[in-house]
Design a protein around this ligand. Sequence first.
Ligand code: DGL
Length: 290
Amino acid sequence: MSRLVFSLQIMGEITDVKSIGVFDSGVGGLTVAAAIKKILPNEKIIYLGDLLHLPYGSKSEEAILEFTTAAVDFLTGQDIKILVIACNTSTSVALEYVRSMVEIPVIGVINPGAERAIKVTNTKRVGVIGTRRTIESGAYRREIESFDRDVKVFQKATPILVPLIEEGWKDHPVMDQVLKEYLGEFKDIEVDTVVLGCTHYPLIKDKIKRIMGSASVIDSAETTAERVKEVLASSGNLSNNKPDVDYLIYLTDYTKSFEELAEVIIGRGTKKIEIVSLKYNRGKIEYNLM
Ligand code: DGL
């Protein structure tokens, strides 16, 4: 044991000084990071937002795999003890590959939300909304069915929601109109649970709840944060000391709208932003053309 860790343990102050790595295509993953900070305020988050390639939701699986691999290489080069793939799209395409790449625990956002949906549904009729790529991957359906084959999963791609939120229109009347259009189908087929399968949707959770009435709405940012806590606690890797900064944010590009939305999501948490250039060393993307 190093002298520093030993002396900190004698003082009874610290068990782990490493950070939690969180990856997303852009700003939305901060909803997951903020949910983690809410229940683990002593943890430092090292966040990577791949703004250069945002949005992932409409990109090919091949491109998402390439971008995610480069991001994971970067984050695992930082001092992190666990990696959270906060992006639903990236989780749906690349989670297993990322797990095979790294030695530390890797948490995706899909399994925790799917598990919660199974616990809360009474009628076994679950709706999932997400980006086109997430929905087309069928990852939520597979995950939910792996818990309970009898659950009927209804999936709906809702691609207009991310741009509206990014535009700062989460409270605009247009948002209500779009949500009513998207969610009307779920009401007609009487799902009793709706999973928010995208990083941005926790920001419009109240509106979705209002439209869905008595249905349960599963916030995958919260369920993922709880999973992170369980994993760190069970391995004795929780931090007990306040970090120097709450969020160390690396971005592959910078936009003012990132910072504006980041403020809304992380509130009073302290943050430091740095711009990075990632290495895409898998080389040329190989596409499966039709
Ligand atoms: N982070 C993405 C997700 O959760 C939404 C934004 C994007 O399309 O990149 O699926």
